[in-house]
Design a protein around this ligand. Structure first.
Ligand code: SF4
Length: 212
């Protein structure tokens, strides 16, 4: 890879689930980097892979080859992204596996469009390597079950999320995430992040509506 290119183009590598790569994914990324002489491949904090710095014509070809729309639609009835730590399957501290949970949350179909981006952080234990308290939805695994956090944010006006419930089974956790997001999308104003929404609504009101 060269470091002299300075085009500000970028595009994501599609199909990578919570940063977990198969041999085929790695080979495909290598093949693309060679073919397009991609100046920079970046692993983002959201555990996605982005190709940066291609000159515009090559960038257009790469976008076509990857089957990406020229202007990606904002799929607002789904979460924006899910980041997950290695979890119990791969980390000695993990209480529960995280991969299946990441897939289940990423695949959730909601009742309508979300007010704004929803980022998800899933951690396999209380050490919280995926910053679950600072994501719109946070899941933290414990021996007794999942803790669900809602309304965290790590941007310009950071907020620690609120604990919605704990000791949830896998199915209960997925169901409660869905209920919480459906409540958020039917109650919050357009373009209100979950952190600002929770400052207005408060945890007791949210719990009254989603834990019944
Ligand atoms: S959050 Fe816990 S299980 Fe996940 S990577 Fe960190 S230490 Fe391991």
């Amino acid at each position: 890879m060269t470091t002299t290119e300075n085009h500000k183009t970028f595009c994501p590598m599609p199909g990578i689930n919570a940063g977990m790569l198969s041999l085929q994914d790695l080979e495909r990324i290598t093949e693309l980097v060679r073919k397009y002489d991609i100046p920079m491949v970046k692993v983002t904090s959201a555990q996605r892979f982005f190709f940066h710095g291609l000159e515009p014509e090559k960038h257009k070809e790469l976008v076509q080859e990857l089957g990406l729309p020229a202007k990606p639609p904002h799929a607002r009835n789904r979460v924006h992204y899910v980041q997950a730590c290695p979890g119990k399957n791969w980390c000695k501290f993990g209480s529960r596996p995280t991969e299946e949970m990441a897939k289940a949350i990423g695949a959730l179909e909601l009742a309508g469009p979300l007010p704004y981006k929803v980022k998800v952080g899933i951690s396999g234990c209380r050490m919280c390597c995926c910053e679950s308290w600072m994501r719109d939805i946070g899941l933290i695994a414990e021996k007794k079950g999942w803790r669900l956090i809602f309304g965290g944010n790590a941007a310009g006006k950071p907020r620690i999320g609120d604990l919605v419930a704990e000791e949830l089974s896998d199915d209960q956790a997925v169901e409660l995430v869905k209920k919480t997001l459906n409540y958020y999308l039917t109650t919050a104003k357009y373009k209100t992040r979950s952190a600002r929404f929770m400052e207005r609504v408060g945890i007791e009101e949210l719990q009254r509506n989603v834990l019944a």
